[in-house]
Design a protein around this ligand. Structure first.
Ligand code: AMP
Length: 377
């Protein structure tokens, strides 16, 4: 495939912040972003060249959108199989629908990992109530029960501590089937962003260490504070996943570092990822440029970090009340998503703080570097 020429139109399904930052990166490279969204004033719409307003299951809207663009990508993965087939029948879709279908369904995802020889937590599919007893027996307590679809940011899962919790979890979590997963006693959670283009070039960013609060990513540190050989293993796992999927685009791979020193992949997201936002200031390009390059057939530069970085999300009204103070603190490199209303729990923006290479501070230093946000994490 030869690269799309400047002026070409990149179609992005989804109008949120990942679409916004992808559209900005596309514009930097001379492409025009055309967004499929229902929100004419959403984060991506505000910076786009053109919009198709419509639902992701509206075939007429999908057709009009595909006809208007040169290549299609996503910032939002939960589009139906039908919709994907329709889009792919009109224009190239990267990453391919096959990859989205794997990442949309935890059973398909774990089956793929097993086939590719990628380590994951022990798991069992739960189709009916009797399967759950069997899973409890095999995995031991506590274990985690998850929905297979539409789970994100820790939603759609329950931690089961004893047999008394089985019925309630089975009845509450919908739709079935579910996935039961053994608890990983992790030392930390990490992720790797990996990009691959049609020519087969692969580029992986440095490993990120992630901390969550209420199931939402709160702080990322780059590089992750793990031994170099483990970091190399994590990047190698991400590369193997990208190759096994025949990925064209960018993919986030979330992993656990088990206390026994081994890695287990938790899930994959075939799109830019919250845990890669530090790249916007600590790399000459960023994950969004890597994404756009991968799907438009441009060469992929090596992902060489020039600084260490801490990223924290700005969530809901409490964090946004600090916006004027954040703006008045020069070392906080802030990114606003343009959302009008700061509802509790809503991702409104993020902030990066840079440090010289090797200069990532300890807990207190990270806290202090966050200025007005210190003590609120
Ligand atoms: P998920 O929806 O799979 O991304 O899970 C959300 C969060 O729940 C993860 O980031 C972990 O903090 C925790 N979690 C999920 N699965 C496991 C597991 N098997 N063992 C321990 N913690 C888990």
């Amino acid at each position: 495939m030869s690269a799309l020429a400047p002026g070409a139109v990149l179609g992005i399904v989804g109008g949120g912040q990942l679409g916004r930052m992808s559209a900005i990166a596309a514009a930097r490279l001379g492409y025009r972003a055309h967004i499929l969204t229902q929100d004419a004033d959403g984060p991506a719409a505000q910076v786009a060249h053109a919009l198709t307003l419509g639902r992701y299951d509206d075939h007429d809207a999908l057709r009009r959108f595909a006809d208007a663009v040169d290549v299609i990508t996503f910032e939002f993965e939960n589009i139906s199989a039908d919709g994907l087939d329709l889009l792919s029948s009109i224009r190239p879709v990267h990453p391919a629908g096959r990859i989205l279908r794997i990442s949309q369904d935890r059973i398909a995802e774990k089956t793929f990992m097993a086939e590719a020889g990628i380590p994951v937590a022990p798991w069992q599919a739960v189709h009916e109530r009797a399967d759950l007893d069997q899973a409890a027996e095999a995995l031991g307590y506590p274990f985690i029960l998850k929905t297979t679809r539409l789970g994100y940011d820790g939603k759609g899962q329950a931690r089961i501590h004893d047999a008394d919790g089985l019925d309630a979890a089975f009845d509450t979590l919908r739709p079935h089937p579910l996935v039961a997963e053994g608890m990983v006693h992790f030392a930390c959670e990490i992720s790797v962003m990996v990009a691959r283009n049609a020519q087969g070039d692969v580029s992986t960013f440095d490993v990120t260490e992630n901390r969550h609060s209420n199931g939402i990513l709160d702080i990322s540190l780059a590089p992750a504070r793990i031994p170099p050989d483990l970091a190399a293993q994590a990047r190698d796992l991400a590369r193997r996943i990208a190759v096994a999927l025949d990925l064209i685009g960018i993919l986030g791979v979330e992993m656990f570092v088990d206390r026994d020193g081994s890695l287990r992949v938790n899930e994959i997201a075939p799109r830019p990822h919250n845990s890669g936002h530090w790249t916007m200031n600590a790399w000459p390009g960023d994950q969004f440029e890597m994404h756009v390059r991968a799907v438009t057939g441009l060469p992929l530069p090596p992902a060489i970090r020039h600084s260490d970085a801490v990223m924290t999300n700005l969530i809901g009204p409490d964090d946004m009340a600090l916006w004027p103070r954040i703006m008045a603190t020069p070392r906080l490199l802030a990114h606003h998503y343009g959302k009008a209303e700061a509802r509790p729990g809503r991702k409104m923006g993020h902030v990066n703080v840079l440090f010289p290479q090797g200069g990532l501070p300890g807990e207190f230093g990270v806290e202090a570097a966050l200025g007005p946000l210190a003590g609120t994490r």
